[in-house]
Design a protein around this ligand. Structure first.
Ligand SMILES: Cc1cc2nc3c(=O)[nH]c(=O)nc-3n(C[C@H](O)[C@H](O)[C@H](O)COP(=O)(O)O)c2cc1C
Length: 258
């Protein structure tokens, strides 16, 4: 498939056929993944492949009981990983400057670039993927199940398998709201309304068409899409908990000396 066709054909896939993803095919995707640019070519990431059903049943819990964890034959977790690099430094008597938060960011960027390369490679082969924010939000629990040692931190993850659904592509905000020429052009309220106009309607209609979400929306008495986002989906309390989780775990994983 042409690369642009693959990119524009993307839809997150949450329902999967039980058919396995062959080892050879998965290796092909991972080989494509690690061709991503990498800071200093240090490749400070690791990819954990979860195929085992019992393992996915354990991961189902921190992944907020999303069915795709059980349905998809493969789950990939992309981790920021300075452990391997730091071992290499140690055996070569090189100083280790990578036990800080900046190291985590460098490694996280690398991990995310690899993940998106794997995602596109998978989609080019007809597979489907869906990222799961729970990888980071519940990084501590995911990390414990995957037995991640110090220096390794889950950042992003997705389900991978053969699609059993064919969802309509979701909208994107217009480029005019996303791209700035030379310097940042802050938006007026009117511009914000224009940028979000189609999203406001499409998003509201989408949430209201899903009975479980409609019920939740009516329960919370919200009246527009923006309110759905921060009253129902991403609450202050939720964010505060996830922030604490992530910061505590980063410290435990040795990314926070500074
Ligand atoms: C970092 C990240 C985390 C996500 N987490 C979830 C998730 O936990 N559950 C889910 O169903 N979709 C998740 N998604 C998928 C988004 O909802 C989806 O990409 C977005 O709605 C746009 O839809 P599309 O991917 O079909 O174009 C996540 C996407 C990203 C990039």
């Amino acid at each position: 498939m042409d690369l642009f066709e693959t990119i524009h054909g993307h839809r997150s896939i949450r329902r999967y056929k039980p058919d396995p993803v062959g080892e050879e095919l998965l290796t092909e995707l991972l080989e494509a993944g690690v061709r991503a640019s990498s800071s200093g070519n240090m490749q400070t990431y690791s990819i954990i492949v979860s195929r085992d059903r019992a393992m996915r049943e354990r991961l189902f819990v921190p992944h907020m009981e999303q069915n795709m964890v059980l349905e998809a034959p493969v789950l990939l977790t992309f981790c920021a990983d300075f452990r391997r690099m730091r071992k290499w430094l140690r055996i070569n008597h090189a100083p280790d400057n990578f036990d800080d938060f900046f190291a985590f960011l460098v490694a996280a960027v690398d991990a995310i670039l690899v993940s998106q390369n794997v995602a596109l490679a998978a989609e080019a082969r007809g597979l489907g993927i869906c990222y799961m924010g729970s990888t980071l939000a519940n990084a501590d629990q995911v990390g414990e199940i995957l037995e991640l040692p110090e220096g390794v931190m889950p950042v992003v993850g997705f389900s991978l398998g053969w699609p059993a659904e064919d969802p309509t592509p979701r909208d994107r905000l217009p480029l005019t709201g996303l791209v700035h020429a030379e310097t940042y052009q802050d938006h007026s309220d009117d511009e914000i309304r224009r940028i979000y106009r189609d999203r406001d309607q499409a998003g509201w209609d989408r949430y209201m068409s899903i009975p479980r979400l409609r019920e939740l929306i009516e329960e919370h008495d919200v009246e527009n899409l923006a309110q759905i986002y921060t009253v129902v989906k991403y609450t202050r309390e939720g964010h505060a908990n996830y922030t604490k989780n992530v910061l505590d775990y980063l410290k435990r994983q040795g990314f926070f000396k500074g």
